[in-house]
Write a protein that binds this ligand. Sequence first.
Ligand code: ZN
Length: 134
Amino acid sequence: MKIDPNVIQELIAQARKDAPEETCGYLLGKDDEVTENYWMENIDHSSEHFSFAPKDQFAALRYARKNGLKILANWHSHPASPSRPSQEDLRLANDPTIRYAILSLYEGVHLNSFGIRDNQVVDKEIHYSEDEKK
Ligand SMILES: [Zn+2]
């Protein structure tokens, strides 16, 4: 999966704005290329987990359909932990047709996406990596 660099900057800005809470959304695009971020409210308002607001999910689906876009991934931020799925993330990753992206603000900025099957990571792609300047 490719992600437009402008979209990556948007994700970083959104994650920083909502920190210390996790932020979340859908990555929309065509074929294998993400062209848009769709922000969704984290109704848990937590720094350790997230749940999409159902009204935002419905609106996102409508928006995607209207604009001929597909949901390529679901993404969320980890404000204070690395860019890899937590046990809970794995448990909740039930859609094998999309990828799961995690933007970490821990020790720099790192964005990876994962294919998850049967609650296990089956592949990982690195989309952005910037280590903390010491
Ligand atoms: Zn997580």
